[in-house]
Ligand binder design. Structure first.
Ligand SMILES: [Mg+2]
Length: 398
């Protein structure tokens, strides 16, 4: 059990139906669908009892009712599902900001940054499942794999309420028995074309020489499909807009115009942002400074230093340079904030390097550990422990 399978695909089981059941204990054990009840209605979500009767989503409601006259049909309440979805995504983001939502109830998570906090990616998956259960009362299925594509198929095979790990070395044996339509990019036309070549399963496709496949589906799709059949899928988890940055801001009780005071605030904010980056095992590319003036005009300035941003000192240096370049024309500041974007998982455990940046990173990491053990206020940068009138010096790279 290790970290070579860091991608999770989390998918809620029969999401709309199970959300309805939370408020309707009378529905326990009964076949239930959510969908439009009218003559043109379509099943939007089918509970497991209904699925056992052959009812599935996208089926016309009239066919579903023909199969099961006792079917309970609930009109969709999208506002309610959206509210539950927000709580589920909050659970995901409490583990990592590298969350890519696919729909209200489904997301990829890249948990490779959590190696310092959990024994394995499977253990993270278990905790994500348990947290969703605690938070919402609902069951999720989770696939754990080295790629997005395999993780998604793994969660499918985990349903309902399961967790499936597909180890890197088991990818071929997991994929080969599946029908070719399991491969992303195989629609009905492609499936029919492949069937004419005698290709029914992913294994059949993997065994087909690439020129033969290329004649059937064209060279681009042929290469793509053979890579997928071999478990190759380089697509990274691309975080959603809300998760693309880690940021902190503060509105002052009294507008601030002292540069020294602003630097002290920035230093504290930079440290808090860096703690959040480190606890998710990620680094950033860009530092964003946000300033709001007393007349509520707001400006943001950003800087991309060209190397990964990991420590509070990295964040602080970039932010303070942005603040100094800002043409304030003597105006006081009402709100000050820092964000870090361009997030990516930090690389494999860092080598202890001797340049200043890595030493800061390591030092701050140990500070995080002390904080975690003894509470927030135990260790703060010496500069903040002093009087607010002590300006931060320019040379603190250590
Ligand atoms: Mg689902």
């Amino acid at each position: 059990v290790s970290w070579s399978e860091p991608i999770l695909h989390v998918d809620m089981d029969a999401f709309f139906v199970e959300v309805e059941r939370l408020e309707r204990p009378d529905l326990a054990g009964r076949p239930v669908v959510v969908g439009g009840p009218g003559p043109r209605g379509v099943v939007a979500s089918a509970g497991y009892e209904a699925r056992r009767l052959g009812i599935h989503s996208a089926m016309p409601m009239s066919s579903a009712l023909r199969r099961c006259p006792d079917l309970v049909v609930i009109p969709p309440r999208h506002d309610v599902y959206r509210a539950v979805s927000i709580r589920i995504f909050e659970v995901f983001r409490s583990f990592t900001p590298l969350v890519e939502g696919l729909s209200l109830d489904e997301a990829f998570l890249d948990v490779s940054g959590l190696q310092r906090h959990h024994p394995s990616s499977v253990e993270v998956a278990r905790r994500v499942k348990a947290s969703i259960r605690d938070e919402t009362g609902l069951a999720a299925s989770v696939g754990v794999a080295s790629t997005k594509f395999v993780a998604k198929l793994a969660s499918e095979s985990a349903k309902p309420d399961g967790l499936v790990l597909v180890r890197r070395e088991e990818v071929a044996s997991f994929l080969h028995p599946l029908p070719v339509s399991a491969l992303w990019g195989v629609g009905e036309a492609t499936r029919a074309g492949l069937a004419r070549l005698g290709v029914e399963t992913v294994g059949d496709l993997a065994a087909l020489p690439e020129p033969a496949l290329a004649r059937a589906v064209g060279p681009t799709l042929a290469r793509h499909l053979q890579e997928l059949a071999a478990g190759i899928d380089p697509r990274p988890v691309v975080p959603d807009a809300e998760a693309r940055s880690v940021s902190i801001e503060e509105t002052f009780d009294v507008d601030v115009d002292s540069d020294d005071r602003l630097r002290i605030v920035l230093r504290g904010q930079a440290d808090r942002v860096a703690v959040r980056l480190r606890s998710a095992g990620i680094t950033g590319a860009t530092v964003v400074l946000k300033v709001r003036y007393p007349d509520f005009t707001t400006v943001t300035r950003s800087s991309t230093p060209g190397r990964r941003i990991a420590s509070g000192m990295d964040v602080y240096r970039a932010a303070v340079a942005l603040l100094e370049r800002l043409d304030r024309q003597g105006r006081a500041i009402r709100l000050l904030g820092i964000g870090v974007s361009g997030l990516e998982p930090a690389d494999r455990p860092r080598q202890l390097a001797l340049d200043g940046r890595d030493r800061w990173h390591d030092l701050e990491r140990s500070v995080d550990e002390v904080r975690a053990r003894y509470g927030g206020a135990t260790v703060i940068p010496a500069r903040l422990a002093g009087s607010p009138n002590d300006p931060p010096g320019p040379s603190d790279s250590g």
